[in-house]
Design a protein around this ligand. Sequence first.
Ligand code: NAD
Ligand code: MG
Length: 476
Amino acid sequence: MEIFEYAPAPESRAIVSIRPSYDLFIDGEFVEAKSDERIVTVNPADEEPLAEVAAAGDADVERAFAAARRAYERVWSALPGAERGKYLFRIARIIQERARELAVLESLDNGKPIKETRDVDLPLVAAHFFYYAGWADKLAHAGTAGTRPLGVAAQVIPWNFPLLMLAWKVAPALATGNTVVLKPAETTPLTALAFAEICQEAGLPPGVVNIVTGAGDTGRAVVAHPEADKIAFTGSTEVGRQIARAVAGTDKRLTLELGGKGANIVYDDAAIDQAVEGIVTGIFFNQGHVCCAGSRLLVQESIAEELLERLRARISLLRLGDPLDKNTDIGAINSAAQLARIRELTLAGESEGATGWSPACPLPERGYWFPPTVFTGVTQAHRIAREEIFGPVLSVLTFRTPDEAVAKANNTPYGLSAGVWTEKGSLMLWTASRLRAGVVWSNTFNVFDPASPFGGYKESGYGREGGRHGLEAYLG
Ligand code: NAD
Ligand code: MG
C-alpha cells in the first residue's frame, strides 16, 4: 500500500495575543493578586513558557467570594430568567466569534491537537452556553426538585478540557441564578482568563463570574470557603475524596466528576473497521487525557487476532506531533508530571507481564510526548487494567460470552463510561442494561451533547452534568 505523506499544515498562532502576565478576575475586573506567588504555564509541545499567572492566596479567594456573594444578592438571583438567558446567549455568540482564537490558545496551553480544539472542544463550549441559555427562563418546567438558586458555586476544574469543563460548570450555574468562583487547572489557565474577557465583553454584571488562578492550595481554599453553597469538582478521585470528607456534615451541595476506566466491548458480529475507529477515538482522542476514555478494550476471543491486526495497522497511521498542525492526531502530554505517571504505569504493565506495542513513532525532541501504546496479555489483576492511566495507552482483554464481557467490564472501582459494538440490537440493549456506567455508547464512542447528562457511579463520582439533570445540581 502506498502511503501519502502529509505536508505540514500549521495553524497560525498570530490570531492569539498572550500577555506575559495575568491578574485575577474578580468583581468584573482584572485585579492584582494580594499573594505575590506566580505560576508559569508552558506549552507542553515545546516546554516554552507562555505566560505567568497569579497563584491566588486566601485573601484573594476571600475577595472573590465576597464579590460573588454581593453579585448574587444584589443582581443575579433577582434577575428574571429571560434576562439571565440573554447574557448566556451573548456569551455563546462571542465564543463562536472568537472560536478560532480560543482553539489556538487551548492547543498552545494544553498540547491537544488543533483538529480537536477546533472541531470538538470549541463547538461544544458554545453549544453548552446556548443550551443552558435556553433553560434560564424555563426552570419551572425542567422537572427539577427545586427551582431556586443555591447561592455561590465554588468550581474547580482540570486541565484535560480546560474551556469545555469551564462551560460545563459555569453555564448551568449562571442559567439557574447562581454566581461563581472558578479555579482553572494550573497548567491550563489561559482560556479561562480569555473567558473572563468574554464576560466583560458580554457586559455580564461584575461578580457573577470570578476566576482565581492557582494550583492545589488555591483549589483547597476555594472548595473550603464558608461562603460556598455548592461545590463542583472535576479531577482526580484522590482529591475528590478529600473534598467529600471536608464537605461531609455541612449543608453544602456537592457534585464530583472523577476518574474512569471505561470498557469498550467488541462482540464478534461487530462491524470491525467501524469498531477499530471507535477504539482509536476511545483511547487516543485528547492523548487519552479523557475521564471517560475507553481505556480497556474487551474483545470477543474469536475475533481478537483479526481485530488487533487491523487496530495496529490503523494506529500506525496516526500522526503524532505539533498540536497546531491541522493533520496532527496525537498532540503533547499535558505536563511533565502526567508524562511521569503514564511512564510509571506502563512500566508496571511490562513488569507485571503484559506486552506493550507502539508503532514506529519518532517523538519530537522537546516537549512531553508519549507514543500510542497497546498492551496485550493483560489480566484483570494488572495495574494497567485497574488504574486510570490518563494517557494514550490501551489495555486489551478478551472474553468468550456476553456474561463474561459484562462481568469484566464492571470489575472496576470506577463507573463512568462504556462502549458496546455489535450489529444486534438485542445484545446491545442486554449489555447496556447490565453495565454500571453513567454513559454507554453503542457503535460509537466519546460523543457528547449538551442535552445529554454525564456522570458516574462508584469512584467515578456523583451528580450529573449536562442536560436537564445538570440543572438539578444548582437548584434547591
Ligand atoms: P487533580 O485532581 O490534582 O487536579 C484537578 C484540579 O483540582 C486542578 O485544578 C487542581 O489544581 C485542583 N486541586 C488539586 N488539589 C486540590 C485540593 N486538595 N483541593 C481542591 N482542588 C485541588 O488532578 P491532577 O493531579 O491534575 O491529575 C491526576 C490524575 O487525576 C490524572 O492522572 C487522572 O487520572 C485524574 N484526572 C481526572 C480528570 C477527570 O476529568 N476526571 C481530570 C484530570 C485528572
Ligand atoms: Mg500550559
